[in-house]
Design a protein around this ligand. Structure first.
Ligand SMILES: Nc1nc2c(c(=O)[nH]1)N[C@H]1C(S)=C(S)[C@@H](COP(=O)(O)O)O[C@H]1N2
Ligand SMILES: [Mo]
Length: 324
């Protein structure tokens, strides 16, 4: 099928590596601490936010106000083995097929996409089915920042700070029944806002799934921010999954519906090509994609090649899930 011809992830122009996220984080820290009017020199002398945490959501325009901007602590537990990807790369080289096939086109096509107000319906095998407005939900769950590696099945990879909360903290609010075996997650369907959703050759809406054990794993994160700011629309605003030991296609964006079920959900990519994108899709250097090797990956921004790590380096957290 023609839409399976991916552009190779390393065919990106060499770009200047600008540590823009550091600049922004410092600026936001100063705002959050109430210092204004500092000179550029003073700005440059502030410590990096590494040890301090970074500020979260920017103002929203809905009746329920978002949480007051606070310093969201960065978890010290999840450390990187490589530099943070330049913000410009991670936010302008994005996969979001609802808008475009071309990764550098997506950010220019999201202006009509409305991400506030936003409701998330949680249904199925739960004691307390519930619809949350996103700003309300953000007050009910503990927010934190985590540095994670993130690996696309096409071989490009990033390393970024996500702001968000665990899937477990959301599931605790609805009380899963013991019969629940899978969590199904569904993206919006709005052909008037997302041009590619007018193409009925694709199995819209984008759907993904995890087993209950995977969903409850401590790594399984629901992200509302990146680089200490609200998630840009092209990265899956207002709310997307992040499962860093699986290929990026599992990390479904802009979720409107979460359903607990005893049936394995059909996913977007498994429906298109089951032999290429199976339900589990764990990062594994020893299991090649049918059309390319997975032994290496290429970091966005620097084009550095690195050996692919089994479970993307998160084996200590998840390997036990797959031992028979
Ligand atoms: N709804 C939706 N979610 C999606 C996608 C998509 O096209 N639509 N692409 C997936 C793929 S293939 C990847 S690699 C990641 C990319 O996330 P990023 O663009 O924020 O890096 O999002 C995933 N989630
Ligand atoms: Mo991907």
């Amino acid at each position: 099928m023609s839409y399976l011809k991916f552009r190779k992830g390393w065919e990106i122009p060499q770009r200047e590596v600008t540590p823009e996220h550091i600049y922004w984080n410092r600026r936001q820290l100063i705002k959050a601490l109430g210092f204004v009017g500092l000179s550029a020199l003073a700005l440059s002398q502030l410590p990096s936010l590494e040890a301090i945490g970074s500020s979260t959501a920017q103002p929203h325009t809905t009746s329920t106000p978002a949480p007051t901007p606070t310093l969201v602590p960065r978890s010290p537990k999840y450390v990187l083995d490589r530099p943070v990807t330049p913000e410009e790369e991670a936010t302008h080289y994005t996969n979001f097929y609802e808008f475009a096939m071309g990764k550098r086109e997506v950010a220019n096509l999201v202006s009509r996409f409305e991400t506030r107000p936003w409701e998330i319906e949680v249904t199925g095998l739960v004691e307390k089915p519930r619809t949350f407005e996103i700003n309300e939900l953000l007050r009910l769950v503990p927010l934190e920042e985590r540095l994670y590696r993130f690996r696309c099945v096409e071989r490009w990879a990033i390393a970024v700070p996500w702001t968000g909360f665990t899937m477990k903290s959301l599931l605790d609010l609805v009380e899963p029944k013991s019969t629940a075996r899978y969590v199904k997650m569904v993206t919006f369907f709005r052909p008037d806002q997302a041009p590619e959703q007018n193409d009925s050759n694709w199995p819209w809406p984008y759907t993904e799934g995890l087993t209950m054990e995977e969903a409850l794993n401590e790594l399984t994160f629901l992200s509302t921010g990146i680089y200490g700011k609200d998630l840009p629309k092209q990265n899956g605003a207002p709310f997307r999954l992040v499962v860093p030991w699986k290929y990026g296609l599992k990390s479904v964006k802009s979720i409107v519906h979460i359903e607990l079920t005893d049936q394995k959900p059909a996913t977007f990519w498994e429906t298109i090509a089951p032999n290429e994108y199976p339900f589990e899709s764990n990062v594994d250097p020893d299991v090649p994609h049918p059309r390319w090797s997975q032994a290496e990956e290429i970091m966005l921004g620097t084009e550095e090649k690195r050996p692919t790590l089994k479970y993307n380096g998160y084996g200590e957290y998840v390997a036990h899930l797959y031992e028979s």
